[in-house]
Design a binder for this molecule. Structure first.
Ligand code: GDP
Ligand code: MG
Length: 171
């Protein structure tokens, strides 16, 4: 069955203020706006070509109320793929994604770990090596990006996660 459009549901998960909305909006619109008035969970639908095939992305930009507000089982089960986001300038945000990753050990949903705010190296609290190690433990992709900078590396993150979702579906 050829012509059916693949739908890929991505949950964007991470502590408050790491740049979940900035990354989602940057991927979807190519724009960096700087301030996001998102006080609640936002859902976007957008068609994007992945390896020349149209994919309908549904992106759930989650909105935890505080550092101890973890995603619900419903949210994690809803997702075909999970984008775990922390900020290199915020050690607590790294602890947040570690905690979420621990709750995903029995799940086989594809994950991608992304470290945001790579433009703020002077305020770095989490080394790239720590990110690499955590991604190794989760057996998932990892990269450091900045929503504030080039869009191409951000698009690659979403596209890589999407490819992993499509590959898992084919099995
Ligand atoms: P969210 O709570 O995870 O959705 O975070 P937001 O997307 O609302 O971003 C929180 C703050 O971090 C905002 O002030 C953004 O402008 C800022 N921010 C997001 N991404 C970057 C980035 O790559 N670099 C810098 N310097 N600031 C960023
Ligand atoms: Mg947000």
């Amino acid at each position: 069955k050829k012509s059916s459009l693949s739908e890929v549901k991505i949950a964007v998960i991470g502590a408050p203020s790491v740049g979940k909305s900035a990354l989602s909006v940057r991927f979807l619109t190519k724009r960096y706006i700087g301030e996001y008035d998102h006080q609640s969970e936002t859902r976007y639908k957008h068609e994007v070509l992945v390896d020349n095939e149209p994919v309908l992305y549904e992106i759930l930009d989650t909105c935890p109320k505080n550092e101890d507000d973890y995603p619900s089982a419903d949210t994690l089960n809803w997702a075909d793929g999970i984008l775990l986001v922390y900020s290199i300038t915020d050690r607590r945000s790294f602890a947040y994604v570690k905690k979420v990753s621990a709750s995903l050990t029995d799940s086989d949903v594809p994950i991608y770990l992304v470290a945001n705010k790579n433009d703020m190296v002077h305020l770095r609290q989490v080394s790239a090596e720590e990110g690499t190690i955590l991604a190794g433990e989760m057996d998932c992709g990892f990269s450091e990006v900045a929503a504030a900078e080039q869009v191409a590396p951000i698009a690659s993150v979403f596209q890589d996660l999407c490819r992993a979702v499509l590959a898992a579906r084919r099995k």
